[in-house]
Ligand binder design. Structure first.
Ligand code: AMP
Ligand code: GLY
Length: 423
């Protein structure tokens, strides 16, 4: 099969690395890709939000399968674009149509969906710009901490948690009135603060049945001991020891199955991945967010643990054969450490030379914000390289990942030193 993968992060390098190993893949294109994906297939300069361009490319290159890494094109309807055109419909499309992508694209929609299908989540109210006064009254009479979320996509910056009523008011004003995130904050969700342990759960689904992928823990804050601002993720571990058989059974029964059944009963087709961002409160799972894609950097620990064929898994999703699919997962532990540009998630410099060690050692590097120019690798983003190690226990995987991390070098490199150490 000729496969086109959309995206340009460490997640896409990990996916491209795995896809290119599949006997089912004859040729892989990545748009726009990065210096890492270029090692696995052919990068192509496409604007992935321009669906006509993506479609022309797919037709020209006789693409058989299209896989979408990030959420933005899905929320904007790239899957609909392909499914609605007679000459594109034959392409196996891994990623939901806009109706399903609303699970991530609108937090208010996700909340209504969960309420309707009895899926445990934090209690909430949603408010539009016209209801600013009601939102402020709600905070005034509520108990801190306050969790305020922009309804739409806000590049990971749309959630504010604060103990201060004053700050909560300011946030409501800036989101609803000043449209801090444009249309994305024309509605906000204010929800109950849940105290517990976070866990990321992933499935591949054809909308009828699902295949459970490895669990992961993401380290979201920039600083050690979970301090400082939120980032896209500074590292990850898989599996998460807390996610034992009992907890996974509860998650299946209370969260995953009701979600898939809910999509079906609401007439929402869904072929793709679902990433459940969960909070485990006294042993009980609550959904804090849905994502309609794999996570980054979670993919960099999930994919190395997937022993079976990722392309076969996706093909089985697209062709309604998922019920018979058996994914084989390694019992080993994977740890990834994100090497970042100093300053991230605030402002940072790009263009520094990245030096990557010769020979792999016991680790796998997934490149994220790295660009190749004139035979030189240069930094091109906040999250630059994900260093993943796979070992028989978490301690060894942590040690191997940090040994590899020390061999990578670029100016102003920063990374957390405590990934996997508190698990
Ligand atoms: P989200 O973008 O929805 O994943 O939220 C970002 C982060 O905010 C999550 O990873 C949690 O750490 C935190 N968070 C979101 N919702 C809640 C909640 N209801 N209670 C506690 N923490 C939350
Ligand atoms: N690492 C969190 C995410 O991909 O949304």
């Amino acid at each position: 099969m000729r496969i086109l993968l959309l995206g340009s992060g460490g997640r896409e390098h990990a996916m491209a690395w795995k896809i290119s190993q599949s006997p089912l893949c004859s040729e892989l294109f990545i748009a726009p890709g990065n210096a890492g994906t270029a090692l696995c297939g052919t990068n192509t300069e496409l604007d992935i939000m321009n669906f006509n361009d993506v479609a022309s490319f797919a037709k020209n290159k006789k693409i058989d399968m299209l896989v979408v890494g990030p959420e933005a094109p899905l929320v904007k309807g790239i899957a609909d674009h392909f499914k609605n055109k007679a000459d594109l419909r034959h392409i196996h499309f891994m990623g939901p149509e806009a109706a399903g992508a609303r699970l991530e694209g609108s937090k208010a929609f996700a909340k209504t969906f969960m309420e309707k299908h009895d899926i445990p989540t934090a209690a909430y109210r949603s408010f539009t710009a016209k209801q600013l006064k009601e939102a402020i009254d709600f905070i005034e009479h509520g108990k801190p901490p306050f969790v305020i979320k922009a309804d739409g996509l806000a590049a990971g910056k749309g959630v504010v948690i604060t103990n201060s009523k004053k700050e909560a008011h300011t946030v409501l004003h800036s989101m609803l009135e000043e449209r801090l995130f444009g249309e994305a904050s024309s509605t906000v969700v204010v929800e109950e603060f849940l105290e517990g342990e976070e866990l990321s759960v992933f499935v591949a689904t054809d909308g009828q049945t699902y295949c459970m992928l490895p669990t992961a823990k993401d380290y979201k804050r920039v600083g050690e001991n979970d301090t400082g601002p939120n980032t896209g993720g500074m590292g990850a571990v898989s599996p998460v020891p807390m996610a034992d058989k009992n907890l996974m059974q509860l998650i299946g029964d209370r969260v995953v199955i009701p979600t898939i059944n809910g999509l079906q009963s609401d007439g929402i087709p869904y072929c793709g991945f679902i990433f459940f961002g969960l909070m485990i409160v006294s042993g009980n799972p609550y959904v804090i967010e849905y994502n309609v894609r794999l996570g980054d950097p979670e993919t960099e620990v999930i994919i190395p643990r997937l022993r079976s064929d990722l392309v076969k898994l996706m093909l089985d999703c697209c062709t309604g054969n998922l019920a018979r699919h058996r994914a084989e997962i390694s019992p080993q532990t994977a740890v990834t450490v994100m090497l970042c540009s100093g300053g991230y998630p605030g402002s940072y410099q790009k263009g520094y030379t990245v030096s990557i060690p010769e020979g792999s050692g016991n680790g796998q590097l997934f490149l994220a914000g790295v660009k190749q120019t004139d035979n030189r690798l240069i930094t091109n983003g906040g999250r630059v390289v994900a260093v993943t190690a796979l070992a028989n226990n978490v301690k060894q995987a942590v040690s191997d990942a940090y040994t590899q991390a020390k061999r990578v070098d670029f100016d102003n490199m920063y990374y957390r030193k405590d990934i996997g150490k508190n698990i």
